[in-house]
Each structure stands twice: as structure tokens, then as C-alpha cells.
Design a protein around this ligand. Structure first.
Ligand code: PLP
Length: 381
């Protein structure tokens, strides 16, 4: 089955009791058993729920994986992966991670005796000196937020496989429409379903996708034991959102490309970070592992000031000033005063997060309207 067909059909079947074409919202905590321990595969809803089960099948199919598990948030899903580890284990990860992931690794799991090496992974060789017998996991994110750095998934798989190190990829920014890490040999895919998979800015959810049966068993055990499971109502909303994932992503990519080129040619704009540009340092890797370049980009103003950025953000009318991404509506945000405000200025500047850097999550509106909105806002700067 091709992607669009899977987005519409995978995992969902008419409800056997009524013929309802849409998977019902099984809003129940428990299931009546015929005799002690004799049930229809559903005993208690933390362990299994039919609405969640349909969604898990759908997401697994989109990632070309065998199994998926849906969690109460992206962070809940990431947390389950780290719970595979033991004190003394080491993890290699990027110095350019989603802020919440960095916070969990650093502030929650370091105190349980797990060591995290935060490295610039845009060049895979940078990781070599940190690999040893204690390395159990490589945690990748690509493209990264907000500078749209690209990490070569295959290069890390090659490095990890002979040493039996697991490779996990946070595939949130690309979505399964643009990138399938399991096909490249990764062991685990993580999604903040909150973003493109849900797609309508109305749900918080996470997912893990794997091929290996034993790894699925281990993660399902953590899922049920620790309990960060997605609810039936949210699972229904995401099942509904996924049916148009391919259509949305296609438009996100068209609009992203249009806006990236418009900004690049605007006299008031400084740098534009978008992996579709040939001069992007990892454009070749992006082209190799992604089908298109998505709807996320960041840019700076030539006159790099917080005030000028604030003027622009106050002047846009179609773009909403908000955190998050991947919904149908276009969003703008300012890392220096929002998502990355807690990072000291010198460190922020060192990693390229300058004062005027703004991130856009390009929605599925008419591209010409989005362009006109940015144009009028830039004129006021
Ligand atoms: C949002 C996000 C997360 C966290 O997901 P939640 O659903 O908010 O818990 C993790 N990684 C990336 C790249 C994200 O954008």
C-alpha cells in the first residue's frame, strides 16, 4: 500500500457490532469478562483500548513498522525509551535537542546514574570518541529545532549496529510522510503526535514505533507498568487527523518552499534556515533521507535586534504567535524570548540563536496570503 492509502485506511476497520465506518471512541476503563481471565483481548484500559489499538496500527503502518505504542505525550514516549536503560549506561545525543528532551535527560535521568553526551552530531564522526562498552543508546533528532540542522541517520545506524547500540530517532519535525527512520535501520521512532500526526493543534500525544518483537514487548511492559497511555478521545482525534496527513504535508512543503525563497530574497532578512537550500550544510543528507523539506524554517533579520523581531511578530496578522508546530495554521515564535529564553545569552548566541531569530511553522493556508502577510510585517520593521 502507498502512503496516502495507508493514511486513510491502515488500522481502521468498520466496527463489527454496528458497521460504523469510523472507529468508535471506546470510553471505558474496564471490560466485562466471560469467566475469570477469559476476555476478548481487553482486560483493563491502561493495558489496551480498541480506539488506541486502531491508532497504534495506523501509526505503525505509516512508519513501515510492525508495532506502535501511543503515549499521553511525546515526553511520555521518550521517557519510556530511557526506562530501557540501567544506571551506568551511556547515551550519545545531540547538543541541539528539543528543549524538553534535554531537560528530561539532564534534570531527571542523570540523577539515576545515566550519562548523556550532548555532541554536535551534524558530523557523525564527532560521536566516535564517546562510544564505549557502556554506550547503549544513540538518540537522534532531525531536522532540529530551531536551526533546521540535519543528522545522517544511516551513518549512526552503521556505527551502532556492530556494537548492538540502539538507535532512536525523534521524527516529529519530518513526520512519517517525509522520513522513515526504521527503513534506514533505526530501532525506535519517536513522535510528538501533538504536531504533524495530530495536525490540528487540539491534542497532546506521543508514539513509539519499532520492528523488533522483543523490543516491542519491553516497551509495552513499560507503557502498561508506568501508565503514560493515550486516552480514547485523543486517539480518535488523531485517527481522524491522520486521514489527511499526506494532503497536509504536501501543502506544508509547497508553502514552506515558497516562503523560504521569498525570505531569502528579502532585503531586510539576514539568514534563512531551511534544509531545501542547496547551500544548507547538510542539504545532501536531507535529500538522501527525506522525500521533501517540510514546512518548518527559521530566519533572522539583517538588523539583528530583539525589538525589530518583536515589531515583526506584532505586525503579522495571519501568523499566530505561539509555541508548538505542525498544525494547519501558521505559527511564528521567537526562541530568544520564548522556547530558549532560559539559555544564557552568550550560550544562545554561540549556538546561532541570535536575537532576531524567528521560527515559522508554515500551515496549509494559501501560500500567497502567507507571503503577503510576512511582506507587510517586514515593511513595518
Ligand atoms: C513537541 C516536541 C516534543 C515533545 O512532545 P510533547 O507531545 O509536547 O510532549 C519532542 N520532540 C520534538 C521535536 C517536539 O517538537
Amino acid at each position: 500500500m502507498k502512503f496516502a492509502t495507508k493514511a486513510v485506511h491502515a488500522g481502521v476497520a468498520p466496527d463489527p457490532s454496528t458497521g460504523a465506518i469510523m472507529t468508535p471512541i471506546f470510553q471505558t476503563s474496564t471490560y466485562v469478562q466471560d469467566a475469570p481471565a477469559q476476555h476478548k483481548g481487553f482486560a483493563y484500559a491502561r493495558g489496551a483500548n480498541p480506539t488506541r489499538a486502531a491508532l497504534q496500527k495506523s501509526i505503525a503502518a505509516l512508519e513501515n513498522g510492525k508495532h506502535a505504542l501511543c503515549f499521553s505525550s511525546g515526553m511520555g514516549a521518550t521517557d519510556a525509551v530511557i526506562k530501557l536503560l540501567q544506571p551506568g549506561d551511556e547515551v550519545i545525543t545531540s547538543n541541539d535537542l528539543y528543549g524538553g528532551t534535554y531537560r528530561m535527560f539532564k534534570r531527571i535521568y542523570e540523577k539515576f546514574g545515566i550519562t548523556f553526551h550532548f555532541i554536535d552530531l551534524t558530523n557523525a564522526e564527532n560521536a566516535t570518541p564517546y562510544i564505549n562498552d557502556k554506550t547503549k543508546l544513540i538518540w537522534l533528532e532531525t531536522p532540529t529545532n530551531p536551526l533546521m540542522n540535519i543528522v545522517d541517520i544511516s551513518a549512526f545506524v552503521e556505527m551502532a549496529k556492530p556494537k548492538k547500540i540502539k538507535v532512536a530517532v525523534d521524527n516529529t519535525f519530518a513526520s512519517p510522510y517525509l522520513q522513515n527512520p526504521l527503513d534506514l535501520g533505526a530501532d525506535i521512532v519517536m513522535h510528538s503526535v501533538t504536531k504533524y500526526l495530530g495536525g490540528h493543534s487540539d491534542v497532546i500525544m506521543g508514539a513509539l514505533v519499532v520492528n523488533d518483537d522483543a523490543l516491542h514487548q519491553e516497551l509495552a511492559f513499560i507503557h502498561n507498568s508506568c501508565g503514560a497511555v493515550s486516552g480514547p478521545q485523543d486517539s480518535f482525534l488523531v485517527l481522524r487527523g491522520i486521514k489527511t496527513l499526506h494532503l497536509r504535508m504536501e501543502r506544508h512543503c509547497i508553502n514552506g518552499k515558497l516562503i523560504a525563497h521569498f525570505l531569502k530574497n528579502h532585503p531586510k532578512v539576514g539568514k534563512v534556515y531551511w534544509p531545501g537550500f542547496e547551500e544548507h550544510p547538510n542539504h545532501a543528507v536531507a535529500k538522501k533521507q527525506m522525500r521533501d523539506f517540510g514546512g518548518m524554517l527559521s530566519f533572522t533579520l539583517k538588523d539583528d535586534s530583539i525589538e525589530k523581531a518583536h515589531t515583526l511578530m506584532k505586525s503579522v496578522e495571519l501568523f499566530s504567535l505561539a509555541e508548538s508546530l505542525g498544525g494547519v495554521e501558521s505559527l511564528i515564535n521567537h526562541p530568544a524570548s520564548m522556547t530558549h529564553a532560559s539559555i544564557p545569552k552568550e550560550e544562545r548566541l554561540k549556538s546561532g540563536l541570535t536575537d532576531s531569530l524567528m521560527r515559522l511553522s508554515i500551515g496549509v493556508e494559501d501560500g500567497e496570503d502567507l507571503l503577503a502577510d510576512l511582506n507587510q510585517a517586514l515593511e513595518k520593521v
